[in-house]
Ligand binder design. Structure first.
Ligand SMILES: *[C@@H]1O[C@H](CO)[C@@H](O)[C@H](O)[C@H]1NC(C)=O
Ligand SMILES: *[C@@H]1O[C@H](CO)[C@@H](O)[C@H](O)[C@H]1NC(C)=O
Length: 272
């Protein structure tokens, strides 16, 4: 299945199918998850206080991700579902997580705060479970679902009007990665590219003057498409810290090459 040709998308199929690998909506992975006492709110992705709104809206908990998942910031904002594997202890649906931080751990793919880690277990086993510290899990990427909430663009506080503009995209739905961001003065045809600075933050020196529009390249696995908000996203005088509605949401699910696709059991337990 290709990414759907949503009318709000200017669809450009960037990447072609690779033959051989099994192609699935979601691959199932086996790994370990560790708990960590620190809450990872101000994580490497740079969401800051916004992270709390994202997880609340999406029914998610924050997670620190290993290099393989974090991918130098490309993985920021991705959602995963995981559950531990001991049937006597673990809940069926586990937890859904949002990548907000990076962990140097090479032993586990994710690190969760202690309260989030505990949610993997049934309540009566929670205290004993927490003492284990690290557990085996199955996990898979899932679409981030923020309901009726549109994706928004936040002007990062590192911005300095009018010389330097940094933004991050909040409430990034779907199951794709934002891999390029272009910006232009509304109505002009010349696009300039922004550069990923750190985590989910994209920046540009000397941005165009005037109200600004954006286009985003979202990719995943074999597929890619441009998300092209139909409205101008930033006013001529944009302010660090301000958040603007994009008027669009990403709902695409990209195909991956998997060795194991998700099982039907996951589908059954996806909604709590
Ligand atoms: C999302 O964007 C659409 C299209 O611009 C708009 O009509 C709608 O009100 C927005 N939704 C929310 C919840 O702000
Ligand atoms: C799916 O769930 C059923 C019943 O809980 C179980 O018997 C079966 O082994 C599970 N299948 C997989 C692939 O996990």
């Amino acid at each position: 299945m290709k990414i759907s040709n949503n009318p709000l998308l200017f669809a450009v199929w960037m990447l072609s199918m690779v033959s051989g690998a099994l192609s699935c909506d979601r691959c199932l992975y086996k790994s370990k998850v560790a708990s960590f006492a620190r809450a990872n709110i101000n994580g490497a992705c740079g969401y800051g206080n916004s992270a709390t709104s994202l997880t609340a809206r999406g029914g998610l908990v924050m997670a620190s991700a290993s290099a393989k998942i974090y991918r130098e910031g490309v993985g920021c904002g991705a959602c995963y579902q995981m559950r531990c594997t001991d049937p006597g202890v673990c809940t069926k649906s586990g937890v859904k997580v949002l990548v907000t931080d990076f962990t140097k751990s090479t032993q586990t793919d994710f690190v969760l705060s202690a309260p989030s880690f505990t949610k993997l277990a049934v309540a009566s086993k929670a205290a004993q479970f927490l003492k284990m510290g690290t557990v085996d899990v199955d996990y898979k990427r899932i679409p981030c679902d923020y309901g009726s909430q549109n994706m928004t663009v936040k002007v990062d506080k590192s911005s300095k009007y009018p010389d330097y503009l940094a933004v991050q995209f909040l409430y990034q739905g779907g199951q794709t990665d934002i891999t390029a961001v272009d910006i232009n003065r509304a109505g002009s045809s010349g696009w300039q590219y922004m550069t990923r600075k750190n985590g989910a933050i994209w920046g540009i020196q000397n941005p165009p003057i005037g109200s600004l529009s954006f286009r985003l390249l979202v990719t995943g696995g074999y597929d890619g498409s441009w998300v092209w908000p139909t409205r101008n996203l930033l006013p001529a005088i944009w302010r660090p810290g301000s958040v603007y509605d994009s008027g669009v949401q990403i709902t695409e699910i990209a195909q991956e090459g998997c060795s194991t696709c998700e099982t039907g059991n996951w589908t059954d337990t996806r909604t709590r």
